[in-house]
Design a protein around this ligand. Structure first.
Ligand code: SF4
Ligand code: SF4
Ligand code: SF4
Length: 461
C-alpha cells in the first residue's frame, strides 16, 4: 500500500542567478504545504542538509538555498504535507507529439519499485513489464545501466590515473579487452586523493554549498543520467535511431528527486555544445518512479497486466556491475572491480575472500570501510615499486541527519588526514533504492507522538 504524493507543475528554472542557484536551475523542487503541516518536526530531524526551519508545533518550511533536493523529508513526513515538482503533463504532451522521439532513461532502482504503485509486493522485479509499459506509452528505452557501465569505465580509469599519478608515475599502459592504450596520468597529480564518487546529485550539491574545498576530490565523471542524455542525442540520434537530435526528448526516470534538479544544471548541455545546437539540454525532463506510475495511470497502462518484453536493443544491455549502482556501496564496488582487474590482470572475484563485498552494501552501517589488496601484474610491480597496492575505500551510506554520518569523513579529507583512496557518498540511507522519488509508504506514528503533536499544536492556537 503506497501513499499518493502531492505534486505541483515544474517551471523553466530561475531567470537569473539567485542565492545558491544559477540561471536556469530549478529552485524549490520540494516544498511544504503550510495548510497540511502540523509541526511534528520529523522532516527537520531527517534532513541531511539542515535545510528545514521550525520547531515542534510550528509550521515548518524549507530554506531552498540550503536544500539539496534529496526528498527524504517528503518520504518521512507522516502527514503527507510535503510536495514535489513534477513534469508528468509535459512528458505526456511530448509522447502525443508524433514528430518527437521520447527516450526514457530508466534507472536500476525504478524496476524494483514501480510494481508497488500497481499493487504488487515491495521488491517485485519488473524489468520486462516495465519495458513493455514504456513501449506501450510510446517511449524508446535507454537503460541507465548501460550508462552506469560507461560511468564505471570513466570513474574507474580516473581512480587508476589518480592513484598512479600520486605514486609518481607519468603514464600508465593499460590493456582493456585486448586493446593496449597508454594513459597520460601526470596531470592527475593536481587532482587530489581520495576520489569521491560523483553520481549522487544531492551529495554534489551538498559539497558545493557546505564543503567547496573538496570539489577537486569529486570525480569529474558525469552521472549515468547525464551520460545517457548526451549519448542519446549524439551517437543515438546519428547511429541508432537516425533522427535529428532536435527531435529527441530525453526523460530521466529516476528514484530520485535530486535528479530533477541535476538535469537543469547549466553545464549539462554537452550534446548541444558538441553539435552546435543552442539551447539543447542533455536531459529534457525527469520523472520520479511515482511520476512514471502517474504517466502510466493517465494513459491507462498497467505494467502488471502486460506480457514481459525481453528483447534488449541498443542501449539496453548492461553488466551486473551497473545494476548494483542502485544500492549503497554499488558504485564503489563496481569501480574497484574494474581497477582491480586492470592492475592485477585477475578476475574481480579473485578479490574474495580478502574482501567481502556484502559488507559495504546496503543498510548495515552508516559508514563502512575496507582495504583491498591488489596483487600487481608483473609490469606494474616495477612501475609502482611494490608487489601489491592496498586500495582503501569508504562508503557513506546516507549523509545522515544534518550531515552526521558524512561530516567526520569529509572533515578528515579537508584536514588532509583521510586514509582513503576512494569514497562513495550516497545521500539517501541505503542508496537510491530508498530515494526521495520512490513509492511513499504511510509512516506510522507511535501513540505518544500523536499526543505530543496534538498538544504542541493546540498550545500554539
Ligand atoms: S507535518 Fe511534520 S514532517 Fe510533515 S512537513 Fe510538517 S513538520 Fe515536517
Ligand atoms: S530532506 Fe532533502 S529535500 Fe528535504 S529539505 Fe532537507 S535537503 Fe531538502
Ligand atoms: S542516493 Fe540516489 S536517490 Fe538519493 S539523492 Fe543520491 S542519487 Fe538520488
Amino acid at each position: 500500500m503506497v501513499r499518493k504524493v502531492k505534486t505541483f507543475k515544474g517551471d523553466g528554472g530561475v531567470p537569473n542567478d539567485t542565492g545558491t542557484y544559477r540561471k536556469g536551475e530549478l529552485r524549490g523542487i520540494i516544498k511544504i504545504d503550510q495548510e497540511t503541516c502540523v509541526g511534528c518536526d520529523t522532516c527537520r530531524t531527517v534532513c541531511p542538509a539542515g535545510a528545514v526551519k521550525g520547531s515542534v508545533g510550528e509550521k515548518h518550511s524549507i530554506d531552498v538555498d540550503r536544500c539539496i533536493n534529496c526528498g527524504q523529508c517528503l518520504l518521512n513526513c507522516p502527514f503527507g504535507a510535503i510536495e514535489q515538482m513534477s513534469f508528468v503533463d509535459h512528458v505526456i504532451e511530448k509522447l502525443k507529439d508524433k514528430k518527437t522521439k521520447v527516450v526514457a532513461i530508466i534507472a536500476p532502482a525504478v524496476r524494483v519499485a514501480i510494481a508497488e504503485e500497481f499493487g504488487a509486493e515491495p521488491g517485485t522485479l519488473t524489468v520486462g513489464r516495465l519495458w513493455a509499459a514504456l513501449k506501450t506509452a510510446g517511449f524508446d528505452i535507454y537503460e541507465n545501466n548501460f550508462a552506469a557501465d560507461q560511468t564505471i569505465l570513466e570513474e574507474g580509469t580516473e581512480l587508476l590515473a589518480r592513484v598512479a599519478a600520486h605514486s609518481g608515475l607519468k603514464e600508465l599502459p593499460v590493456e582493456l579487452w585486448g586493446k593496449k592504450i597508454v594513459l597520460e596520468v601526470e596531470e592527475f597529480k593536481h587532482k587530489p586523493l581520495p576520489q569521491f564518487t560523483s553520481c549522487c546529485p544531492a551529495w554534489v550539491r551538498y559539497a558545493e554549498i557546505y564543503y567547496p574545498k573538496v570539489l577537486p576530490n569529486i570525480s569529474s565523471c558525469k552521472s549515468p543520467q547525464q551520460m545517457a542524455g548526451a549519448t542519446a542525442k549524439t551517437y543515438g540520434a546519428k547511429d541508432v535511431w537516425k533522427v535529428k537530435p532536435e527531435n529527441i526528448f530525453t526523460v530521466g526516470v529516476m528514484p530520485c528527486t535530486a535528479k530533477i534538479f541535476e538535469a537543469s544544471r547549466p553545464e549539462f548541455d554537452s550534446a548541444g555544445r558538441f553539435l552546435k545546437i543552442s539551447g539543447m539540454r542533455d536531459v529534457d525532463a525527469v520523472l520520479t518512479t511515482r511520476d512514471l506510475a502517474e504517466v502510466f495511470r493517465k494513459l491507462n497502462i498497467n505494467p502488471m497486466k502486460l506480457p514481459e518484453e525481453r528483447q534488449p536493443k541498443d542501449f539496453m544491455q548492461y553488466t551486473g556491475g551497473a545494476t548494483i549502482f542502485g544500492v549503497s556501496g554499488g558504485v564503489m564496488e563496481a569501480a574497484v572491480r574494474f581497477a582491480f582487474h586492470v592492475l592485477s590482470g585477475l578476475e574481480p572475484k579473485a578479490m574474495s575472500p580478502q574482501w567481502d563485498f556484502e559488507d559495504v552494501r546496503g543498510y548495515r552501517h552508516p559508514v563502512v570501510s575496507a582495504t583491498i589488496p591488489v596483487p600487481l601484474k608483473a609490469d606494474y610491480k616495477k612501475a609502482f615499486k611494490t608487489d601489491q597496492l592496498n586500495i582503501k575505500v569508504c562508503v557513506v551510506n546516507g549523509i545522515g541527519p544534518d550531515g552526521a554520518h558524512l561530516k567526520p569523513v569529509i572533515e578528515d579529507v579537508v584536514a588532509g588526514k583521510s586514509p582513503y583512496h576512494f569514497i562513495e557518498v550516497m545521500t539517501c540511507p541505503g542508496g537510491c533504492i530508498n530515494g526521495g522519488g520512490q513509492p511513499c509508504h504511510p509512516v506510522e506514528l507511535s501513540l505518544w507522538e500523536k499526543f505530543l503533536y496534538a498538544l504542541a499544536g493546540s498550545a500554539k492556537k
